[in-house]
Design a protein around this ligand. Structure first.
Ligand SMILES: Cc1cc2nc3c(=O)[nH]c(=O)nc-3n(C[C@H](O)[C@H](O)[C@H](O)COP(=O)(O)O)c2cc1C
Length: 412
């Protein structure tokens, strides 16, 4: 998504400026052309050579360079940029930006550019909470700047409080999201379900499955980076919540059904990627079941668990009532997933017909390089007109891109 994008990273004189080195390196590795502009005070912390090395481009800092080239250049940089991200943004630079002061290369470019502005403030909590900084941030926010809020944590001063620069993944997420704001899903609302459900047996045990959530989280991230507003309905997973995504956490199939029902009322697309349990225990115990308790036949050492069918969310959506209520708002594109261990194609074709989907993604979860927990996936795409595509094994992020490509065609 960041390939060949022209980005400016502005670095100010804060203690977190060293974290901008890793950020620039990651952006460069993602294929972006990154121009770094440092304030004079940033150079008290880090030398320009470090940024020049990781960005593989010259670093700008001196507006007063005698040949006048830098002064000319700051206009060119401002015009070409697709995003100006200031990481870290000091209280001092925030104040200058809020009041249109342009007394160095960074603030001059910030005033000259029409590119979106992303600010990642990082400072001692007293500076951050000060009324002056808060007013400056609201001025900038009202003017359209995106602010990545600082985190609460251990600060360089030794204190614990708000002011820490967020993790790299958050900064990368915010940058990707802003750069992709005008993508081919701009203005679309999409709902993605991810992970597996957990059906309680008692307060400490559940019936679950091996879904890691990686495919669903990749789908949500790619949609965000193509401009969509994303609601991610997720079962319990051990994954970081992608930046800028509305997360709705659920545990059981019934909770997921209810969450999907309310999320799709104004959605354009529903991607049902979650591995929803087909069955749940009929009567979960209200207290922890002890080892010596028996159930069912009552024989020594045996324990029977009685299960009942869970609602089939996609099948419910295929029935007339649901579709009627959704149709009144917008046509909903429905994408289903099928996890199969055998006869993948036959089972997928049957599911496609039964649930009246626009697209069905079938994966063979018996393969080592595909399905639950892996970073790659091997999928077949089944289209409503009967066409089938056999995609090669790919990273899940690329599978997600291929799926959204098909959905974009359906939307248009
Ligand atoms: C060791 C040290 C650490 C500092 N850390 C921060 C910081 O994290 N955030 C901040 O806003 N200012 C911090 N400052 C203050 C700024 O460096 C100072 O306000 C400076 O004028 C900022 O200049 P600039 O905004 O042009 O980079 C620090 C100063 C020193 C000496």
């Amino acid at each position: 998504m960041l390939l060949n994008k022209r980005l400016i990273v502005g670095v100010c004189g804060g203690i977190a400026s060293y974290k901008a080195i890793e950020l620039v390196s990651r952006l460069q590795q993602a294929g972006a052309l990154v121009d770094v502009i440092m304030t004079d005070h940033a150079q008290e912390f880090i030398r320009p050579l470090t940024f020049a090395t990781v960005s593989q481009r010259p670093v700008y800092h001196n507006l007063w360079e005698p040949s006048g080239q830098a002064a000319e250049l700051h206009i060119a940089l401002a015009e070409q940029a697709e995003l100006l991200a200031i990481v870290p943004a000091t209280a001092n630079t925030l104040a200058k930006l809020a009041h249109g002061i342009a007394d160095n290369m960074l603030t001059a470019v910030a005033l000259a550019t029409k590119a979106p502005l992303l600010l990642a403030p990082a400072m001692y909590k007293g500076m951050y909470e000060h009324a002056a900084t808060q007013v400056n941030l609201s001025i900038l926010r009202e003017r359209g700047a995106s602010i990545v809020e600082p985190e609460v944590g251990h600060l360089a001063s030794g204190a614990i409080g708000v002011g820490r620069l967020p993790e790299l993944s958050v900064l990368m997420g915010a940058i990707s999201m802003i750069v992709g704001r005008k993508g081919d899903l701009a203005g679309r609302r999409v709902v993605v379900t991810a992970g597996g459900t957990q059906e309680p047996i008692d307060p400490v045990r559940y019936v679950g499955n091996r879904s890691s959530g990686k495919m669903g989280y990749a789908l949500a991230t790619v949609a965000r980076d193509r401009g969509a507003h994303v609601t991610l309905i997720s079962g319990p997973v051990a994954l970081e919540v992608p930046y800028g995504i509305e997360l709705c956490k659920v545990e059981t199939a019934i909770q997921m059904r209810d969450a999907v029902g309310s999320a799709i009322t104004d959605a354009d697309v529903l991607v049902m990627n979650a591995a929803v349990a087909d069955f749940r225990p009929i009567a979960p115990a209200s207290r922890k079941i002890k080892k010596n308790e028996t159930r069912g036949s009552g024989e020594q050492g045996e324990f029977s668990l009685y299960l009942t069918r869970n609602p089939d969310i996609l099948a419910e959506l295929a029935n007339a009532d649901y579709e009627g209520s959704v149709k009144r708002l917008r046509r909903l594109i429905r994408v289903g997933f099928a996890a199969e261990t055998h006869d993948v194609i036959t089972h997928a074709q049957a599911k496609m017909a039964a649930k009246r989907l626009d697209l069905l993604v079938a994966n063979d979860v018996s393969r080592l390089d595909s399905g639950f927990g892996t970073d790659t996936n091997k999928v077949y795409l089944f289209h409503a007109n009967g066409d089938m595509e056999d995609l090669p094994v790919m990273p899940k992020i690329d599978v997600a891109t291929a799926i959204w490509d098909r959905v974009v065609s359906l939307l248009s």
